[in-house]
Ligand binder design. Structure first.
Ligand code: GLU
Length: 394
C-alpha cells in the first residue's frame, strides 16, 4: 500500500501473465537459463509482406496523428475481414482501432460498466478481464468449469448466475487459457437463453480466431438477434505474430463505437500509425498465408501433450485452439517435493520455476485454481527441453 496512490491502483492485481514473463526475464538477465512458457506470444517472425508495408509507411512519411478510431482505409479493411471471415456486417462507423485488443476490451468495459454492475466471466478466463471490471467498480461474477466439461460453461449455468445487476457476459473462444472452442451450437444456446434478458450485452473476444485446429469458428454477433448487443473484439497480435505492434479492433453498435472513440481520444489519441498501415496488409491477406504457423502450433501441441502425459499427476486437456494447454495439477497439492511445499497452483508454478527453471502461469489468475497454463508458442527444442526438466524434478 502506498498512501500517495489511489485505492484503485493499490488494490489492483498485477497481470499474472506479464508478471511471470517479467520474472523469467529477470532471472535470465541474472544468467539463469529459464525457459519461458508463460507468455502467449508467437515466436515466429512477422511475415515479410507485412514488414514491407511498415517500411513503406515509414518511407511514405506516415508520421502524423491518425484519426482517433483508426485510418479510414484500415477500418474498411477490418470491415472486409469481418464480412469475409465472420459473416458480420460492420460499417466503418462501427469499428474502432486501438492499441491492442486489450485496449479495445478496456474501452468497452470502461464505457459500459458502472460501480456495482455485474459482469459474468466464464472460467477459466483471461486474467485482465476481472481487473478491468474492478477498475470500473464492477463486480466479476465467475462461473466455474473444469477439465471434465472441457472448460466450457453451458448456457443453463450462465443463466443461474444472472441477476438484475448483470450488465455483460464475456465470451472468449478460442479460449485463453484453456484453448477450448465454444462451437456454433453452444454459442447459439447462450444466445437463445439471452432472449429473456434484452439488456445484457456480450463481449466476444475472438483474438485467437485463426489459431484453430479444426472446430469451425463462430462469431457470436452473427446470431441475428444478438448483433445489436454484441461487441466483437479481434486483433493481429496472435495470428500474424504482431504482439508488440499493438493493434486490436472492435466492431460494435455505432453508439458504443462512438463512446470508445471519445474515451480513446482522451487517453492514447489512437494507435500507432505505422502499425496501422501494416495491419491493412495483414487483414487483406489470404489466411492461407499464415497457415504454416497454425500447422506448426498444431504439431507443437501434439508434442507437448505426448511429453507431458509421461509425467504422473498432470491431467491434460487437448485444446482445439489457441496455443496453451491447461493441465489439472491438483494431484500435487499437499505434497512436499524436494523441500518445497505445494499447497496450490501458484506454489506449483513457482516450484517449476525454481526447480526446473520453466516459467508457466498459475491457474488461480484465470479463475481455475487446480490448473496451470503452459504456452507452447515456443520452439520445439525449448518445449522438449522444458518438459524434460519438469520430468526430472519429480
Ligand atoms: N494475452 C497474452 C497472454 O495471456 C499476452 C499477455 C497479456 O497481455 O496477458 O499471455
Amino acid at each position: 500500500m502506498n498512501k500517495f496512490l489511489t485505492d484503485k491502483v493499490n488494490n489492483l492485481t498485477p497481470s499474472a501473465t506479464l508478471a511471470m514473463a517479467a520474472k523469467a526475464r529477470e532471472l535470465k538477465s541474472k544468467g539463469v537459463d529459464v525457459i519461458g512458457l508463460s507468455l502467449g506470444e508467437p515466436d515466429f517472425n512477422i511475415p515479410e509482406f507485412i514488414k514491407e508495408e511498415a517500411v513503406k509507411a515509414i518511407n511514405d512519411n506516415y508520421n502524423s496523428y491518425t484519426p482517433v478510431d483508426g485510418y479510414v482505409d484500415l477500418k474498411k479493411a477490418i470491415s472486409r475481414k469481418f464480412s469475409r471471415d465472420n459473416n458480420l456486417n460492420y460499417s466503418a462507423s462501427q469499428i474502432v482501432v486501438s492499441t491492442g485488443a486489450k485496449q479495445s476490451i478496456a474501452n468497452v468495459i470502461e464505457s459500459m460498466i458502472s460501480p456495482g454492475d455485474e459482469v459474468i466471466l466464464l472460467a477459466p478466463f483471461w486474467v485482465s478481464y476481472s481487473a478491468m471490471i474492478e477498475i470500473c467498480g464492477g463486480i466479476p461474477i465467475i462461473v466455474e468449469s473444469d477439465i471434465t466439461s472441457n472448460f466450457k460453461v453451458p448456457a443453463s449455468k450462465i443463466k443461474d448466475n444472472i441477476t438484475f445487476k448483470t450488465k455483460m457476459i464475456i465470451v472468449n473462444s478460442p479460449n485463453n487459457p484453456s484453448g477450448s472452442i465454444y462451437n456454433e451450437y453452444e454459442l447459439r444456446e447462450i444466445g437463445k437463453m439471452l432472449m429473456d434478458y434484452p439488456e445484457i450485452f456480450v463481449l466476444s473476444d475472438e483474438i485467437y480466431e485463426h489459431i484453430n485446429y479444426g472446430v469451425k469458428h463462430f462469431s457470436f454477433a452473427s446470431i441475428p438477434k444478438m448483433y445489436n448487443r454484441t461487441i466483437t473484439v479481434n486483433g493481429v497480435a496472435k495470428a500474424f505474430a504482431m504482439t508488440g505492434w499493438r493493434i486490436g479492433y472492435l466492431g460494435a453498435p455505432e453508439w458504443l463505437a462512438k463512446a470508445c472513440t471519445k474515451l480513446q481520444g482522451q487517453s492514447t489519441s489512437g494507435a500507432n500509425c505505422i502499425a496501422q498501415r501494416a495491419t491493412i496488409a495483414a487483414l487483406d491477406a489470404n489466411v492461407n498465408q499464415i497457415k504454416y504457423m497454425i500447422d506448426e502450433f498444431s504439431e507443437r501441441k501434439e508434442l507437448i501433450i505426448n511429453l507431458l502425459s509421461e509425467i504422473k499427476g498432470f491431467e491434460i486437456n487437448n485444446p482445439d485452439g489457441a496455443f496453451y494447454i491447461f493441465p489439472d495439477v491438483s494431484y500435487f497439492f499437499g505434497k512436499i517435493i524436494d523441500g518445497f511445499e505445494i499447497k496450490n497452483s501458484t506454489d506449483f508454478s513457482l516450484f517449476l520455476l525454481e526447480k526446473a527453471h520453466v516459467a508457466t502461469v498459475t491457474g488461480e489468475a484465470f479463475g481455475s485454481p487446480n490448473n496451470i497454463r503452459i504456452s507452447y508458442a515456443a520452439s520445439r527444442e525449448n518445449i522438449k527441453k522444458a518438459i524434460e526438466r519438469i520430468k526430472s524434478i519429480f
